[in-house]
Every structure is written in C-alpha cells, then in structure tokens.
Design a protein around this ligand. Structure first.
Ligand code: AHG
Ligand code: MN
Ligand code: MN
Length: 342
C-alpha cells in the first residue's frame, strides 16, 4: 500500500458524510467512537492471557450464559465511549436486560446504539477470534432520553451496522447503506486503514456451509435433509460443500462475507428460534450481507423485514451467498412457518 492510498477509517467516514449534505455529523461521530472502542477492546483482547482478563466473572447474564471478564470489559468500554457524547438517546447491550440509559448529567441525541460487546465469548479462553457487533437506529419516540421502543425496530430501518473482528488482525467492517467497507488496524500507528473497500460477497462464492452439527439430533427433517445434501451424504450432490464452523458469529460471518458460503443457526426442537439475537446479532449482519449482495432470512422471510417485539428476541438465521440461502429455503421454508420440533 503506497502512502498515497492510506485511507484511515476517520477519513473514510468523513468522505462518506460528504455524500449526505444534510448530515449533521452525528452518525460519523458514532462510527468514530465505535472505532475508538474497538482499539481499546483489541488492546485487551490481544493481551488476554497475559493479564487477569480471562475467565468468568462468576455470574450469568439474562441469557443464562456465563459472563466473561472480557464481555464485561467490552460492555463497559463501549458504554463509557458513548455515554457523555450527546449522540445517543439510549443504548441496548446483550449484557443488559433493559435499555442502558444515558446518565442524567449528560446530553442525549437522536440515535440508539445496540451492541453485542463481545461475540463468541465461549472462545475467548482458547484464543479463537471473537468480535463486537453494533447496530444504529434513529430515535422514533419524542422522549429525549429514549425508550425501549426506540431500540425495538425492524432491521430494514437500521441507519448503520458493523462489526469488529479481533483475529490474526483486528478489522472493522461497517455500512451506512452506501457499500460495505473493511478497515484493518495497523497497531504501529493505532489507525484503522481501508483494506477492503466496497466488499461484495463472492457469487457463487466458495461452497462452504457453517452450522453447529452438534444440534443435528434436534433439527427438523428439512434442516437435516439440507445439511445431508450440502455434504453429499446421500450421493445426490456431485459438488459437496466444505464445512467451517468457528463458533464466533462475527468470525463465521466475516469469512462468509469475504469468501462466500452459507452460515446457519436454525431453530430446533429445544430452541425453536435458535440461539442468535435478532436486534444486535442477526439484523446488523443481515444489513451488511444484503449491502454486499447476499441474502439473510429466518428460513422463510428476510430478517430485515421481521417486526421485532422484544429487545433480546431470538431468530433462526440463514445468511450468505444468495444462491445458497435460496437453496436452503428449498429444504426448510415450508417448516419455518410452524414451530420446529416434533
Ligand atoms: P455471544 O458470545 O455473544 O453470546 O455469541 C455467541 C454466539 C455466536 O457468536 C455463535 O455463532 C454462537 O453463539 C455459537 O453457538 P453454539 O456454540 O451453540 O454453536
Ligand atoms: Mn454474540
Ligand atoms: Mn456477546
């Protein structure tokens, strides 16, 4: 990369803002603060194992999951990066049952920020890549301090979405609806540099399917037939797919965005709506993948069209190369209408 082409995420955000003369700059500032949060979290993630930041904090979150120290650290970093900025009316985090209000002493703004502070927590102690996912909504209520309803909007109404993947390098990927752009952190200068401009999911893309087959015993007949077909188990597919499953949604989706493929977290007999949260995992990823030319559904309809009813609601997810999501629908769509199981 010559010095001429060095585009920092800050410059890219400013350039994107210039495309919208009516812009106030608030959305740009949200993205800048998210980039700063990512650098601080990346520093701790990269030190994890050397300092006492691994392991559990000894309590469960509302999803019944062990809260890891890095979950809590990342949650606090993001909240503290935004609470005083006057950009947000409120926040919603995977780690908090209700919305996170802006402290009275600080001004508020017109956006709501939803986030999964650390995705893939179960992988932290094994040094497997993890991530942060975020979604930006426009406040709808006339309450300056926001309401839960301001955070419960359908994915199609997102203003921006993105993730950070803390892997062999730290990358930030975001969209404001004008392309999907990836930035790689250069630790030597502490800047995110544009490394993946205007990401388009390869079509047809690599024949990769990504799902936790450990749940096979609880899947619907259609889901089972789909995965057996993908891997050529019944001799009815002369171009069987490879399987890749990292167990961190951000990492599995980052690979899917760059290589193509199909990521699934289906519903099953024990968890009819699967495990992933609609508002701050599925919807931001769906916005990114759709703007990169892919598709994202719950097995029946586009995820972004689902009218949410609660902050932490779950949704099955089929996301990636459009042709592969369409293929999945040929096996599972008729079942997605009814509760899975039986
Ligand atoms: P989180 O760590 O934020 O709770 O998310 C974990 C999610 C997601 O990252 C991943 O795709 C999924 O859990 C893996 O679940 P399984 O272990 O059931 O496959
Ligand atoms: Mn997650
Ligand atoms: Mn999480």
């Amino acid at each position: 990369m010559t010095s001429r082409s060095v585009v920092t995420v800050e410059r890219h955000i400013t350039d994107q803002e210039r495309l919208h003369p009516e812009a106030t700059g608030a959305l740009s500032d949200i993205l800048r603060h998210m980039a700063l949060s990512a650098k601080i979290i990346a520093r701790e993630v990269n030190k994890a194992g050397l300092v006492d930041i691994l392991g559990a904090v000894g309590r469960e979150n509302i999803h019944g999951e062990q809260v890891k120290k890095l979950d809590e650290f990342a949650d606090d970093v993001i909240f503290a990066a935004f609470d005083h900025t006057g950009l947000l009316c409120c926040m919603a985090s995977e780690e908090s049952e209700g919305i996170r209000e802006i402290p009275e002493r600080f001004p508020t703004g017109k956006y709501a920020l939803l986030y999964d502070p650390l995705d893939g927590s179960s992988n932290i102690d094994a040094n497997v890549s993890i991530g942060t996912i975020f979604s930006v909504l426009l406040k709808r209520s006339d309450n300056p301090r926001g309401t839960e309803a301001d955070c419960i909007q359908k994915g199609r109404d997102q203003i921006a979405a993105g993730y950070v993947v803390y892997g062999s390098s730290t990358m930030m990927v975001y969209t404001t609806g004008n392309g999907v752009h990836g930035f790689t952190l250069d630790p030597s200068i502490g800047e995110f540099l544009l490394s993946h401009p205007d990401i388009k999911i390869p079509t047809p893309g690599k024949r990769i399917y990504s799902v936790n087959e450990g749940n096979y015993g609880r899947w619907s007949p259609g889901q089972r037939r789909l995965v057996r077909y993908l891997k050529g188990a019944d001799g009815d597919n002369d171009k069987p797919f490879s399987t890749r499953y990292i167990g961190s949604m951000v990492s599995d989706l980052h690979r899917t965005l760059l290589y193509g493929g199909l990521f699934m977290y289906p519903g099953d007999a024990k968890a009819p709506k699967g495990k992933l949260r609609l508002l701050y995992e599925c919807n931001p990823m769906a916005m990114l993948v759709e703007h990169a030319g892919g598709r994202a559904t719950d097995g029946k309809r586009d995820l972004l069209d689902i009218e949410p009813t609660s902050l932490h609601q779950l949704s099955p997810i089929y996301i990636g190369t459009k042709d592969y999501v369409d293929l999945a629908h040929r096996f599972v769509e008729e079942e997605a209408a009814e509760p899975v199981g039986a």
